[in-house]
Write a new protein. Structure first.
Length: 111
């Protein structure tokens, strides 16, 4: 019978570890996993926020360029309109390029 008791003690030690023989408490692997998951989540979110801020800055820059192009387009449309329809503007622009309008000579009838 003494031999049976000794065998059962050996089996218990071989099958399960006792609390005293554990190197780490049971919560350490769980805490490690949660910490790793949180760090991965923070890394992904930080990258997303960085990309979002970069895209937002580029969006603002492109909107400024669009606004400037629209203003320039309106200005050019006005110039085209005046060049087509206003004789004074046509004459002024022609003078810039060295063209001079010849005055028509009229002869006065003799009295």
């Amino acid at each position: 019978m003494g031999n049976k008791i000794a065998r059962s003690n050996i089996r218990r030690k071989a099958v399960g570890t006792s609390k005293r023989n554990r190197l780490l408490p049971r919560w350490v692997p769980l805490a490690s996993f949660l910490t790793l998951a949180i760090l991965i989540g923070l890394t992904v979110n930080f990258r997303a926020i960085t990309d979002l801020s970069r895209e937002s800055a580029e969006n603002e820059r492109l909107n400024r360029e669009i606004k400037e192009a629209m203003i320039e387009n309106i200005t050019m449309q006005e110039q085209i309109h005046y060049l087509k329809n206003d004789p004074d503007t046509i004459e002024r622009e022609a003078k810039k390029y060295g063209f001079v309008r010849k005055e028509k000579e009229f002869s006065m009838p003799a009295k």
